[in-house]
Design a protein around this ligand. Structure first.
Ligand SMILES: C[S@@+](CC[C@H](N)C(=O)[O-])C[C@H]1O[C@@H](n2cnc3c(N)ncnc32)[C@H](O)[C@@H]1O
Length: 203
């Protein structure tokens, strides 16, 4: 069985257009077979965006979206914070769409084919992810735990996870790395913010 994160090159392409509106900003996302949330922006992802925009008031200039799919999270945040976004995935089709969506929505951004952080360089103010639960807990934990190495000293990690997919247990596993807050909950989705623990010690 093909998962959305595999490179299913033989999968027929059927490009479709998804619309998203937040406040007075309108976005258009090209989507296709073989990518996550191909027919509809994922509820967890849009809840994550709304929560970040409501609570994250610090200046953000560099964003990293890990497991970007067609780029929804990174692109919307990039527009609102007027920041640059680096969009990372292992799915080539998703990355191709993300590239087109960066242009379509006129944001500053780049795409990168990378297994989690394998090819990522630099430090970011904000790392955002709707982690690939279907790729397994090990991959998700690595995304969350290693984010720390790519955050600026006052950087923040934001992610969404369903309660029944282990939101609490995964948060526990990273509580020595970040100051963790469950910022919002809706329909079984938890929005979690992890502040780089260095900031607590003033380093
Ligand atoms: C739940 S989807 C989220 C997609 C998008 N961020 C959104 O919110 O609509 C998770 C994404 O992680 C990607 N992914 C899976 N394994 C990965 C890995 N090892 N490294 C980077 N990305 C990965 C999948 O291809 C998929 O696009």
């Amino acid at each position: 069985m093909e998962h959305y994160f595999t490179n299913a090159t033989n999968l027929k392409s059927e490009i479709r257009t998804l619309k998203y509106q937040k406040d007075n900003m309108a976005f258009t996302f090209l989507s296709d077979n073989g990518v996550f949330a191909k027919n509809k922006i994922d509820y967890g992802s849009s809840f994550l965006i709304e929560t970040i925009l409501k609570y994250e008031k610090r200046a953000i200039t560099d964003i990293l979206d890990v497991g970007c799919g067609y780029g929804f999270l990174g692109i919307v945040l990039s527009k609102f914070y007027q920041a640059n976004c680096l969009l990372v995935d292992v799915n080539k089709r998703a990355l191709h769409l993300a590239e087109r969506n960066i242009k379509e929505n006129q944001v500053l951004g780049q795409t990168l084919e990378s297994d989690i952080y394998a090819k990522v360089a630099g430090k970011f103010d904000l790392i955002v992810t709707n982690p690939p639960i279907r790729a397994g807990k090990k991959v998700c934990l690595e995304i969350l735990k290693k984010a720390k190495e790519y955050l600026k000293s006052d950087g923040v990690l934001w992610f969404v996870m369903r309660k029944d997919q282990g939101a609490k247990s995964l948060s526990k596993l990273i509580e020595n790395d970040y100051k963790i807050d469950i910022v919002a909950k809706s329909k079984g989705f938890y929005i979690i913010r992890g502040e780089n623990i260095l900031t607590k010690n003033g380093n």
